[in-house]
Ligand binder design. Structure first.
Ligand code: ADP
Ligand code: ZN
Ligand code: ZN
Length: 686
């Protein structure tokens, strides 16, 4: 019998694959009783294997089966066990990981293995068998055509038809105003694709599952006969394995997940849907810094299937794609519910109408009108805590974090000063640490302070706050939104958590308290994000039919800059013009999507060390057609006692940039610097 070798990927930063010897047939040898390994059964590509690695045992993935290897025999080690009870990951999935690895410039093993549930990667595991048994016990699925589908309006119908009738790879951008019924388009498109073949799978990506329990409920109600898998980071490991397996074995027909679901194994995938495709959370911000939206489009191309990206405020990248006909544009111009109209958006000039406790008289009067009619108001303030900083008037002391370039935020409820970046916490000091003054003042306003002010102004109203602090416990966010839907809340205060996707039926007033800061941010994407956020939050108002005698739905934006073009586009509900202006600006300034970028980040105890490393990095690799900028400290330079700096490289050619970064990373590795560094492709936070 010829000797067989396995080439495997391992989860290590070493950018190489590893060869192992497949132990020659030994009757009765059972290297891993729990893993069900049987050396008599040939291993296959895409299977998991337990291996010795250094002094450890690890789990890797088989990439190739070889009859020869360059590794000297003396150095070769034997595979310990093959995980035969898991059906192999298929070639397409491996190709997806390979693409992501190449595009984002990471070793394949660092893409493929972290994409799998932890329980699969344990050396000894019984949970796999247990999960398989559980799945086997589930009843057979039958597709029942949904009986309670609402009749689509003409634009919705055209959108569904376009996607279902498309041939091969077909990326679509569904541009629909808030409340235009994009969800219904997703559901009915999915229904048609699921009905086409008995094993078709549909992947629906959402920015945040816990924030949108409504969607999951809708899917379950619509497809009672089919198995739905959910995949997101908040799941317990056992649960995660079960849902992942359901998808991997093809049992789950609908997979609803956050960005990580993009790397799930979906052997029968026939349709990809990305809801709120502009949302920044599709971009992973550590490790493999991938964009799930971009991978979705690649995956659609790979499998020759339709992709549906939906948003009321598409990312400029996708919008540009639609303008240049790379994507097919599908539009929903009106709200789906009859008599539900887009809210009127008005600006309140803070220079003229002075607010008290952050609230202008006009806003207070508008809230009062809602209270009188039993309608809800939503106040949007994207800053949690009581006040962003505590200060001493006498000596100028302010509550800075000792470990970060940031203030400690005042949290009044539990008497804490807290850093939102490194987690540092202290009790609120009774007096100024520098001069002893006991009259310390909170500066600025967070959601907790707003809650306090509103409760004082409207003692009879039910004021309710939803932010990361109020929903820390598992399940509490869903419960909080439930209260709002049930009408148990009069005034809702929230951060961007409340802006996303919720279909609040009783809401007729939305107010943005002070969104101006983002207008002047150094980050060139800040205005794109602000527009999307305000459009989103404004879109929560007036989603139900206008009630007789009720208030017209309105959105009030308190601002110091009422002449700013962003606010004018917002008032006109005019995303296309806003996008056109931004795209023109970006083109003139040679910025994405007209330019491709990569960012080298460096972290060190001292800023100089990081900068020195980046300076060397700027010259260590030959380059043509690549623009290398100067190294600069990051805006928030210090986080948790580490200084951070960055170096931006750009090119008008994506292939040129890719080739450069590949060579560059090799050179950076060879520098053997002690500085911690990483490269991000298509960075979003610069
Ligand atoms: P979007 O996601 O575009 O903001 P939704 O999908 O949440 O909008 O839809 C808004 C509302 O319109 C929901 O209450 C939904 O049930 C309703 N709706 C959607 N399509 C239709 C339709 N064709 N007929 C009647 N109501 C619809
Ligand atoms: Zn002081
Ligand atoms: Zn800190």
């Amino acid at each position: 019998m010829t000797q067989i070798y396995l080439r495997v990927a391992l989860d290590t930063p070493l950018d190489t694959s590893f060869d192992y010897r497949w132990p020659e047939h030994e009757a009765g040898a059972d290297p891993g009783a729990d893993s069900g390994a049987d050396p008599a059964v040939m291993p296959q590509v895409g299977q998991l294997v337990a291996l010795p690695f250094g002094r450890q045992e690890v789990v890797g993935m088989i990439l190739e089966i070889l009859t020869e290897t360059d590794v000297p025999q003396a150095k070769l080690r034997d595979v310990l066990a093959v995980r035969h009870d898991l059906p192999p990951l298929n070639e397409e999935w491996l190709a997806l990981c390979q693409f992501a690895a190449e595009y984002y410039q990471r070793p394949l093993g660092e893409v493929a293995l972290p994409a799998l549930p932890k329980n699969l990667k344990a050396i000894k595991t019984v949970s796999l068998q247990r999960a398989m048994k559980k799945l086997d016990k589930l009843p057979q699925q039958t597709y029942v055509s949904p009986s309670d589908e609402p009749i689509l309006n003409a634009e919705q119908q055209a959108a569904v038809d376009a996607v279902v009738q498309s041939q091969g790879f077909a990326p679509h951008l569904l541009f629909g105003v808030t409340g235009s019924g994009k969800t219904e388009v997703y559901l009915q498109t999915a229904a048609r694709i699921l009905a086409q073949s008995a094993d078709a799978q549909v992947l629906i990506l959402v920015p945040e599952i816990n924030l949108t329990p409504q969607l999951e409920a809708h899917i379950r109600a619509r497809f009672p006969g089919l198995m739905l898998s959910t995949l997101h980071s908040g799941m317990a490991e056992g649960e995660r394995l079960l849902h992942w397996l359901a998808a991997h074995t093809g049992r789950a027909r609908i997979i609803l997940g956050t960005r990580l679901a993009m790397l799930a194994s979906l052997p029968k995938l026939k349709l990809l849907i990305v809801d709120e495709e502009h949302d920044p959370s599709y971009k992973q911000q550590e490790g493999l810094r991938y964009s799930a939206r971009d991978l979705a489009v690649w995956r659609g191309w790979q499998l020759s299937i339709p992709v549906l990206l939906g948003s009321a405020t598409p990312s400029l990248e996708s919008w540009q794609g639609a303008q240049t006909s790379r994507y097919r544009l599908l539009e929903l111009r009106e709200r789906a519910v009859k008599l539900a109209v887009l809210p009127v958006i008005k600006l309140i000039n803070l220079e003229r109408e002075k607010p008290s406790e952050g609230l202008t008289q006009r806003l207070i009067a508008s809230i009062k009108l809602r209270l009188e009619k039993g309608e809800q108001s939503l106040l949007f303030l994207n800053r949690r805590g009581y006040a962003p900083v505590l200060a001493c008037d006498a000596c100028g002391w302010i509550s800075n974090c000792t470990r970060c370039t940031a203030h400690l935020v005042l949290h009044k409820g539990d008497h804490r000063l807290r850093c939102h970046h490194c987690g540092l916490e202290q009790r609120i000091p009774h007096s100024c640490p520098t001069c002893g003054n006991i009259d310390l003042q909170p500066l600025g306003r967070g959601t907790q302070r707003l809650e306090e002010s509103l409760a004082a102004i409207f003692p009879e109203a039910r004021v309710f706050r939803i932010d990361a602090d109020s929903t820390r416990l598992k399940g509490s966010a869903a419960a909080a939104f439930e209260r709002v839907h049930a009408g148990e809340v009069d005034i809702l205060i929230g951060t961007q958590m409340v802006a996303k996707g919720h279909d609040f039926k009783h809401l007729t007033l939305v107010a943005a308290l002070n969104p101006d800061a983002a207008l002047f941010s150094q980050d060139y994407r800040a205005s794109e994000r602000l527009f999307a956020q305000l459009m989103q939050v404004a879109g929560r108002a007036g989603r139900a039919a206008q009630k007789e005698g009720g208030n017209l739905s309105e959105v009030l934006v308190q601002t110091r800059y009422p002449d700013h073009p962003l606010y004018h586009a917002l008032m006109a509900h005019n995303y296309p013009d806003f996008a056109k202006d931004l795209l023109d600006e970006r083109q003139q300034a040679h910025m994405p999507p007209f330019m491709y970028q990569a960012l080298l980040r460096a972290e060190a105890k001292e800023l100089e060390t990081a900068i020195a490393f980046l300076k060397e990095a700027a010259t260590c690799t030959e380059h043509q057609g690549i623009m290398i900028n100067d190294p600069i400290p990051m805006t928030m330079t210090r986080v948790a006692n580490v200084d951070r700096a960055q170096l931006l490289v750009e090119s008008v050619s994506r292939p040129a940039l890719q080739a450069f970064v590949k060579a560059w990373i090799a050179d950076l590795r060879a520098m053997k610097s002690r500085v911690k560094w990483s490269v991000e492709i298509d960075p979003v936070d610069i």
